[in-house]
Design a protein around this ligand. Structure first.
Ligand SMILES: [Zn+2]
Length: 230
């Protein structure tokens, strides 16, 4: 783990946002307040230092102004909580909510996940079994994941829009799901248990082909379909 640089170390090559983050931690301290005048004293040569420091909110830093904390004057800002350690380039990059996903990363993620939602298993353009009025839209997104050692990583994952948004319209009832599990055949129950143990759905050859079939243009799908119907 990278040690924390000193905010005003002249040998530390960093922009005002990063220096500002260190200044907050090292000079102001969580719970305390600062003013624009304090920022001007700390960063006399930076033109928009107060704006750069507000940019830290995009990295999970909590800074309250008067409209969020009525005990403050209009000049004051309170440093409420520290966010990502932006002085560490990897943590900064991982935490950046606007960090674009490259086409190469997107393709690699979709291919790894078989173009299926990793949460509910649906394919793009497939109807939801519990809501046939909706068809799935698949996208790659970043998921901040807490790793076993407690470090947070932003990992790429394939998800349908409904799973990304939450749980969709259906309410989750463990009681109902338990009854549905009981109603499965012994073979299906064994398969389900395998999924539970591995944490993911193992796809049958049919499901893999189905997912790839759905990604074909309509004309190509029609040709494949006509071969089976023949
Ligand atoms: Zn899904």
């Amino acid at each position: 783990m990278m040690t924390q640089p000193t905010w005003n170390d002249p040998d530390f090559d960093a922009g005002v946002m990063v220096r500002g983050a260190l200044w907050l931690v090292q000079e102001i301290g969580v719970g305390n307040t600062f003013t624009k005048a304090d920022i001007r004293v700390a960063f006399p040569s930076a033109s928009q230092a107060d704006r750069r420091i507000r940019d830290l909110r995009d990295y999970g830093w909590v800074l309250h102004a008067k409209n969020e904390d009525a005990t403050l004057t209009s000049e004051q800002t309170r440093f409420v909580a520290q966010g990502a350690a932006v002085w560490n380039p990897k943590e900064r990059s991982d935490a950046n909510p606007r960090k674009a996903i490259s086409n190469k990363e997107r393709e690699a993620t979709l291919s790894r996940d078989d173009h299926l939602c990793t949460t509910c298993g649906i394919s793009g353009a497939e109807e939801y079994p519990d809501d046939p009025t909706q068809t799935a839209v698949i996208a790659v997104s970043r998921r901040v994941t807490v790793m076993p050692d407690g470090r947070e990583e932003s990992l790429l994952t394939t998800e349908c829009k409904r799973c990304k948004a939450g749980l969709g319209k259906s309410r989750r009832s463990a009681e109902k799901i338990s009854a549905d599990v009981q109603a499965l055949s012994a073979d299906d129950q064994a398969r389900l248990l395998r999924w539970m143990n591995t944490g993911k759905r193992d796809l049958t050859a049919t499901e893999r082909v189905w997912s790839r079939y759905l990604r074909l243009p309509a004309d190509a799908r029609a040709e494949i379909r006509s071969v089976l119907e023949a």
